[in-house]
Design a protein around this ligand. Structure first.
Ligand code: C5P
Length: 221
């Protein structure tokens, strides 16, 4: 891994706003963006398409290694398929967290993730960016929010897209996914010891961006 490329690592639970934050900061800095959750979602979606069992570690590992993944212009391309919308459902999110608990799958996509670190810099978001994938990152953010606030944000996003969902179901899914992500043995969701902790429960995305840009200016630029 090329340690001379600056990296800003953003970790946190689902719905904490880290995806939006990472995209905005990357655009502001003119840096590359890695949405590492998309990789686990892709493996889950392809397993569903092929009728494979997501609990089979070896099968999932081989699947992860075999895929040709690219993110042209913010879209998600896998082999010759466009999976941009398909990987964003709640069901695929829950399945992705099952795939992500398999150590062999995590190992299979480690290098792929590190290859995203290209000049002039990388903003990477996920669960283990600061702890495992980029432990040398110049700035690490751990973005949290209460489960209720996260479920409500997701509810509003889906409602704006015209989808009908139940807030209670969303909260249950978020809590189930959080528990699996925090309790798994390999690369569990947790803040790096040197991470800047931000609780966004009472903050707007603009306030979070301003806080992170200030820290980035001080520590990375
Ligand atoms: O961030 P997103 O919700 O897209 O991630 C989907 C799932 O992928 C998470 O619930 C988590 O289990 C897994 N994941 C992970 N490590 C990452 C990113 C995502 O385990 N770096």
């Amino acid at each position: 891994m090329n340690k001379s490329i600056p990296v800003l690592a953003i970790d946190g639970p689902s719905g904490s706003g880290k995806g939006t934050l990472a995209a905005r900061i990357a655009a502001e800095l003119g840096w590359h963006l890695l949405d590492s959750g998309a990789l686990y979602r892709i493996v889950a979606a392809m397993a569903v398409r092929r009728g494979l069992d997501v609990e089979q570690e070896q099968t999932m590992c081989e699947l992860a290694q075999s895929l040709d993944i690219a993110f042209p212009d913010g879209r998600v391309r896998v082999d010759d398929l466009d999976l941009t919308d398909e990987i964003r459902t709640e069901d695929i999110g829950v399945m992705a967290s099952r795939v992500a608990a398999l150590p062999a799958v995590r190992a299979a996509i480690l290098e792929l993730q590190r290859n995203f670190a290209q000049a002039p810099g990388l903003v990477a978001d996920g669960r283990d960016m600061g702890t495992v994938v980029f432990p040398h990152a110049g700035l690490k953010i751990f973005l949290d929010a209460s489960a209720e606030a996260r479920a409500e944000r997701r509810y509003n996003q889906l409602k704006n897209k015209g989808l009908s969902v139940s807030l209670r179901d969303l909260l249950e899914q978020i809590e189930e996914r959080d528990a699996r992500d925090r309790e798994r043995a390999t690369a569990p969701l947790k803040a790096a010891s040197d991470a800047l902790l931000i609780d966004s429960t009472q903050m707007t995305i603009e306030e979070v961006c301003t806080t992170v840009m200030q820290a980035a200016t001080q520590r990375l630029l």
